[in-house]
Design a protein around this ligand. Sequence first.
Ligand code: X90
Length: 276
Amino acid sequence: MNFKIVSDSSSDVFELEGIDYAYAPLKITCGEKQYTDTPELNVAGMIEDLKIAKTRSGTSCPNIYEWQQAFEGADNIFAITITSQLSGSYSAAMQAKEEYIKTHPETKIHVIDSLSTGPEMHLIIDKLKELIDNNLSFEDITEQITEYSKHTNLAFCLESLNNLARNGRVNPAVAKITGILGIRLVGKASDKGTLEPVSKPKGAKKSTLAMYQLMLEQGYKGGRVIIDHVGNPTSADSLKEMILSEHPNADISIGSCGGLCSFYAEERGMLVGYES
Ligand code: X90
């Protein structure tokens, strides 16, 4: 019996050591140009291209065929997608599952709608690996991961919501408040899997504090944290320091957003996945 974990690229997880892992990349388009969300994508270069682009830009999720390809090679598969509320990725993965099991009737596939993205998906992927390493059955892992994901959260801090608004993923009125006088939007992935604004701090220091306060309000008590940022190591480090000052034993890692998350979180954006 072999296990495989599959994710769409919005998790920012492109490799996972010690286990069979595959990702299905999302795509970013800008006029004639298409970027595929892989580790080879030059994210900083893409952001610069998008800044000067005169044409409309957008994204698209992996198709059914790409999900099926990612499933290949295992008979117990756990697949995780970006929130179904903002992307067609979950729906494509579910359709891919239906098709795949027609030709592979012995294969078990559990598709998880993360109701989130980025580092919260990363936490769930790491937990899946841990459960598989512990030799649990497919059914037990399914049960335990469902429970675990009730205690993971996503907080974010964005300095611009232009791409989210332009692509209909957030109300334009919400988007308007950022980009002026250093105002940021701090918010969270809601239980329904939508983007929920929480506060509008001004300046970097207040934003870090607002992020940390949001984490505490959501029940953070010293569990794992993964911070993914878009070219903003300074803010990521200050949040890490702030968390460590009250929770010195917290396991906190810092990484970079891949192409999809960078497109929407934009320059200096920060996504924080944490256990509560
Ligand atoms: O299918 C597609 O083209 C992908 C569309 C994705 C749209 C949303 C991406 C959000 C990325 C922004 C802040 C966190 C929001 C969390 C909401 C659950 C990151």
